[in-house]
Design a protein around this ligand. Sequence first.
Ligand SMILES: Nc1ncnc2c1ncn2[C@@H]1O[C@H](COP(=O)(O)OP(=O)(O)OP(=O)(O)O)[C@@H](O)[C@H]1O
Ligand SMILES: [Mg+2]
Length: 375
Amino acid sequence: MRTRLLMSDQTLFRSIDVFEIDYVPELFNYRESQLNDLAYQVRPALEGGRALNAVCRGLPGTGKTTSVLRIFAELEQTTKKILPVYVNCQNDRTKYMVFSRIYAAVFGHAPARTGISIKSVMDAIGGALQRQEKSLIVCLDDANLLHYNNTLGDVVNSLLRLHQDYPGARAAVFATISDMDMDLASDLSRWVISPFRPSEIYFPPYDAEEIRGILQERIRVGLYPGVFSVPMLDRIVEQTMESGDVRVGLDLVKRAVLNAECAARTEVIEEDITKAYEQAKHVHLACTIRALSADERLLLRKIAELSQGQTEPLISGAIYTGGEGKPKISYTAFFKRLRKLDALRLVDLIRVQAGGRTSEVVLRYEPEKVVQICG
Ligand SMILES: Nc1ncnc2c1ncn2[C@@H]1O[C@H](COP(=O)(O)OP(=O)(O)OP(=O)(O)O)[C@@H](O)[C@H]1O
Ligand SMILES: [Mg+2]
């Protein structure tokens, strides 16, 4: 291996932005059919009606958010008849926050901070849509996060019934969901199923060749030639396939290159990748834990504590009743919290019998590390 010392301003990155999480790729292959389906949902709004509702469903890192954002960007450039509003439910978790986001898109500024009721925010939105004759499409990205708080039904219902108070106001919802088990139709039926009736657009996991194609393109745009060899890319593809999330691969490529830079090499070697993998594992864990509510964090901590030194599989019922005192929440609420941890890939839930709610719970990280980060 030929090595040479890098000057401090020498870099292997042509453009490091290409590996950031909010980078929107120039080339977006393998999702033509999903993009066509989304375009089809939009069509009625272009003709003066309201768009059809849609649920984009697929595991993390399968291109749902990017697909919706591409359609929204195109709408912004080509028509004034539609107002697309993107809401990231990771950040906006209450009904008020969601409607504030929509308000900001309609009026160009957030509602005044204090003293405004949700009713008046909705009134303002409804009135403006009526006057401007614009058809609203709200993307609730990661809508399952609202669902775990029981706010999804309420939000969707309020949006889809806007026209009852404001005749002519038209709104549709595109929800993205990464929880494959969540049955929206039955879960939301209490509220909304009749006006909602979403079309399901499925985003299958990428296969190894598609992952390779995506990573290769980023490497081509983001790195100097010769930095990432084909065998090294193979290693990353292999590790990405374990999680199925392209993001993992993009992050590993970036870290491996940074490690090579640190070691003053001009080419990534196996060791850089191994090290990247170790680093990335805990960063992902810490980020995910930080986004949990206090109750969710307590539950995760409990699972980690029960998993320590345990050889038998952990059963959901035992977690529910384990620890001191009587459980404070219903089993249904508890199980919903567990499903969220599963959707965030902190644990794996393995159904013990079909249709039942008793599951084996497998922590995906070392229990000691989880306890330490949960604090
Ligand atoms: N077909 C593709 N071509 C290029 N890049 C892609 C493709 N699909 C996904 N990506 C990239 O992978 C990352 C994850 O994609 P995206 O955020 O759209 O996934 P998602 O399905 O919304 O995931 P999650 O459920 O975790 O929110 C992004 O950085 C995106 O740019
Ligand atoms: Mg997403």
